[in-house]
Ligand binder design. Sequence first.
Ligand code: FAD
Length: 495
Amino acid sequence: MVEARRTDDRPPALIWLRDDLRLDDNPALAAAAADGRLAALYVLDDSGKSGRPLGGAARWWLHNSLTSLRAQLEEIGVPLILKRGTPVVIVPQVVEDLGATSVHWTRRYYGWSKPMDASIKQSLIARGIKVESHKGSVLTEPWEIKTGSGGAFKVFTPFKRAAIPSCDAWASLAASIPKVTGFSGNTVASETLADWNLRPKEPDWSAGLADLWTPGEVGAAAKLNAFLANGIAGYKENRNVPSLIGTSRLSPHLRFGEISIRRVWNAVRAKMASTPEIKEHGETFLSELVWREFSTQLVYHFEDFPDQSWKPNFRSFPWISDSRALKAWQKGRTGYPIVDAGMRELYATGWMHNRVRMIVGSFLVKHLLQDWRHGEAWFWDTLVDADIANNAAGWQWVAGSGADAAPFFRIFNPMTQAETFDPKGQYVRHWVPEIARLPNSLIHRPFDAPAPILQSLGITLGETYPRPIIDHATGRARALEALTSIKGMSAGESV
Ligand code: FAD
């Protein structure tokens, strides 16, 4: 996918890589390679000035993704310069040390990134450097789609209607295939990944992650191919069944930009054209990709969306402070098997099934009345796909405080959710082995099991498996009561 030039004595051009860790269909990288001999830069900023520092699982992913990218770049003679610090200082410094005459990057859409990128751009242009930012991580930039009155969409369905033609239009443009010569001249000293200590040590929960994930461009392409071959045909139904590999598991690859969203979109469209019987499944999958676009436009237009409830009345919601409950949820010890299975899957794999994300989220904010930001923060630390926009949008959807969110009074019943989506209990048995021998009728409600059954299976509630941290009916009633205390809200039906 990358072509090499033969002879080249042009000055160096820099690609500043951020959330676009790929060579293929990376318009910023292709443009930099067209401008000069290519050098690549990645800046790690743990100061919080470049947005929230990465969580533990994402740091593990980054380490492996950069390792893979560096090997790819080395093959084509391009140096990857690693620097830790503030980009406002580092990028101009590297440009100067390298003698680069142009700099390119892929645009990001966060409140903190807009002024930072603008200020770096200005300072480089003032020194006579060519600077270009490029679209490369979304199908529709947040300003491309507007409501009839010119504002941001706050409801998904009309957004999707407006977005799909725009996604198709971007996807129909030719992908960027870079023609590269590496810059082998006076390269700038790079730090090493070992210096960065991105892999967890205490506790090193990441030990099993390497068996599950292949961070990097090759792993991303393999995930897409596997999904097209085996997953997409049943996606519409299977996407809700946590015991199956029924979804693409592309989320961490998309988060780090290891695969172009345009490639994913086009591959699914092509599959739909060649296999008309999967059309409905393909439409559902593309719709999920549009949710990603929707989340991005939300954080772009509402800059504090990741940090506070989007609906103002939720800012005075009477969350309770209960560190014991929060810890039990984090550790997968709530006494509700489907919740515990999800939280254990998350910790062991860095990923959780979407249906289960909704169930554990609802349980935390409604049954346990914990501020959604506690859940968002734990996911931020433990998900390999932790993404500012999708994570905040997911949590605010669950809490009822976001744009086009599930109403707060829709309180998921963990048992009926589990019985619907894990009817034979395979998912729960895998992650909560201490109750695995319970029959299907009791696997999602061990607290209803008659004492002789529990005894015969060696299960002692409160010892070998927790009793429910809160009774479902009590938790539900308490949540609805809390809801009535905020302005403009009333309790309705729960499901
Ligand atoms: P697939 O079903 O194969 O979907 C393909 C892609 O579409 C995903 O990789 C993702 O990029 C996008 N997508 C799918 N569902 C959504 C959605 N609801 N919102 C936005 N984009 C979506 N997703 C993240 O990428 N990062 C997060 O930090 C994140 N946090 C979440 C927190 C909560 C509380 C909830 C309810 C959802 C969250 N999601 C997040 C959305 C969703 O759960 C994941 O994108 C999905 O489970 C990833 O698995 P997949 O790649 O197999 O998805």
